[in-house]
Design a protein around this ligand. Structure first.
Ligand code: CP3
Length: 346
């Protein structure tokens, strides 16, 4: 099935053009919500082996396009491939999440990390997955490439995994700010080289995930996050860019000053508030509470329509964070189909 109108819909909306309806996709759509994904995943001893097999990654990327009819594909990979490329290995522990056996503690640890094009060269498997996906999609929908934002990657490298408080990572910003800047710059240089290669391999749009943005004090977000996000956006003029900074409602004005076209919102930020802070400059993406999809079909429809009305155009529909793995597939379908059946009033 070729659906080139959907392709254009997503990219036209990303560029701020008027569309008949908003496009829709879901963060973490390539994953455990789909039985096809779980079957494919079983063929591999672990998550990393899966991510490093380009043909399988391409298959997982396309599954939600076939099954859910979303308007964009996002390459199946993880934000943690960047620390690994820089020399910091991670393990993905089943049902628990990522763990780094070795973490960044001092200046020497930072000095030893690879960075820039040299580090990004080891991620050939991601570029290959993008090339295969692009070919197999036959232009049906655009392909989104992604990376973690520098602050979120630093947080994983210093904490060694997820955290309730991120106090080790935040401590670094107060106790050793010059080390933090050195590490953030190395991550940024690597991310730029990585994303340039993703674009060369066929990514039509890039999203930066700043999952732990909301952990920082506003002044720290200004100092330790925004300058690096700006560098990355400025280095990729060829494609539209989305910044999804979870919990960073306090930084919307500064995010608005970056050269990205799209700002992702989580469900704690109302579209009205975001518009007030951003003006008409950016396209907004989001922001239904992922838990809405546990509701019944009527609830999902009503909440989805209410959300679209609140955004009033210049909007790419998504959830306010990644879809939870145990979300009923029927709930996801109702969400996507509600949007696909919708038309803006002219
Ligand atoms: O569909 C997509 O969005 C594309 C694939 C994708 C994955 N991870 C696959 C994945 C994307 C875009 C990510 C981004 C990612 N990874 C983020 C940013 C988004 C967010 O959620 O805030 C973060 C913080 C990570 C780090 C990460 N990866 C964690 C914390 C975990 C464990 C928790 C979990 O969901 O299991 C992962 C593992 C992971 N990444 C899985 C998938 C499909 C599950 C592992 C499995 O299937 O075995």
């Amino acid at each position: 099935m070729s659906d080139s109108s959907a392709t254009h819909l997503f990219l036209r909306a990303a560029n701020g053009e008027k569309t008949d309806r908003p496009p829709v996709w879901l963060m973490r759509q390539a994953g455990r919500i789909l039985p096809q994904y779980r079957a494919l995943r079983q063929k591999f001893p672990d998550f990393k082996a899966f991510v490093k097999t380009p043909e399988a990654a391409a298959e997982a990327t396309i599954q939600p396009v076939d099954e859910l009819h979303v308007d964009a594909a996002i390459i199946f990979s993880d934000i943690l491939v960047i620390p690994e490329a820089m020399g910091l290995d991670y393990e993905m522990i089943e049902a628990k999440g990522p763990r780094f056996p070795k973490t960044i503690e001092n200046h020497q640890d930072i000095a030893q990390l690879r960075s820039g094009a040299e580090a990004a060269a080891s991620l050939e498997y991601v570029y290959q997955a993008l090339r295969i996906t692009k070919k197999e999609l036959h232009g049906r929908v655009p392909l989104i490439g992604f990376a973690g934002a520098p602050w979120t990657i630093l947080a994983y490298m210093v904490e060694g995994g997820g955290s309730k408080t991120f106090s080790k990572a935040r401590k670094m910003l107060y106790a050793e700010p010059s080390q933090a800047h050195a590490l953030l710059q190395k991550i940024t240089d690597t991310t730029i080289a990585y994303l340039k290669q993703q674009v060369a391999a066929g990514a039509d749009l890039i999203q930066l995930f700043d999952s732990w943005a909301g952990e920082l004090a506003p002044a720290h977000y200004q100092t330790f996050a925004i300058p690096y996000l700006k560098q990355i956006c400025d280095a990729l003029p060829e494609v539209p860019k989305t910044i999804f900074a979870k919990g960073a409602w306090f930084a919307l004005e500064e995010l608005g000053q970056t050269s990205c076209q799209i700002i992702g919102l989580d469900w704690s930020t109302s579209p009205q508030f975001a518009r007030q802070k951003l003006g008409d400059q950016k396209v907004l993406q989001g922001n239904l509470d992922p838990c809405t999809l546990y509701g019944n079909a009527d609830t999902i429809r009503q909440e989805t329509i209410k959300m679209v009305q609140a955004f009033q155009g210049r909007h790419i529909v998504n959830l306010g964070h990644g879809v939870y793995p145990d979300t009923p597939l029927d709930g996801v379908r109702v969400f996507v189909e509600t949007i696909r059946g919708m038309r803006y009033e002219v």
